[in-house]
Write a protein that binds this ligand. Sequence first.
Ligand SMILES: [Zn+2]
Length: 225
Amino acid sequence: LQIREVDSEGFEGALLRVPGRSRGIIAVRRDISELARKRFTIAHEIGHYVLPGHGSVNAVCTHAEIELDIAESQMREKSANRFASELLLPRALVVPLIQERGISIKTAKHISKLFQVSLTATAMKCVESSDQPCALVISVGNVVARFYHNALFDYRISLGWTLRSDTKAYFLSEHSDDMTDTGEVPATAWLDRQGLQRDVMITEDSIFLPNYDQVLTILVANRMS
Ligand SMILES: [Zn+2]
């Protein structure tokens, strides 16, 4: 596969195959400013090339399809993202780092620098790879825009839900001179009272990303002992 940077307004990355031959071109949008995002886009297109069931036709992928892994994304886009995440951030290397440093935004930042992957993609991988019940919430303007959880996290947070004022994420977006905040919050700050076990404690670790006007939050749900 040859990689070419191209001018584009409509797509982030594209895979052009040479019919009948095992070669192709990956076109990546030239003006993607962050190296981590460019790398992820290329890895995503490699995924389309090598994964079974991705057909023999060309792929053109938009920003929403790459890395963000939004709910409406098609299965192929999701699997290409999963492939890219594993190519750039192998779980076998991430797990020992989480075990050593604990699951937190700080750990995700460290791993993100080490592997040159965006903080968001790294935080997703950390949540997936953690042996604690945890979730990642991305909120924009105090509204939940994305929610991921690992298999151990029993609760759901709805997209479009407005952050409560007792979350640290709310505080950060209202007082944006502070960038990070960590600590225990009442479980009901994040989770529905209904179905909530009484002894659940939530540790919230949030960071405000001014460039995206987003707050990234890692939630860990623990039982009080
Ligand atoms: Zn794609």
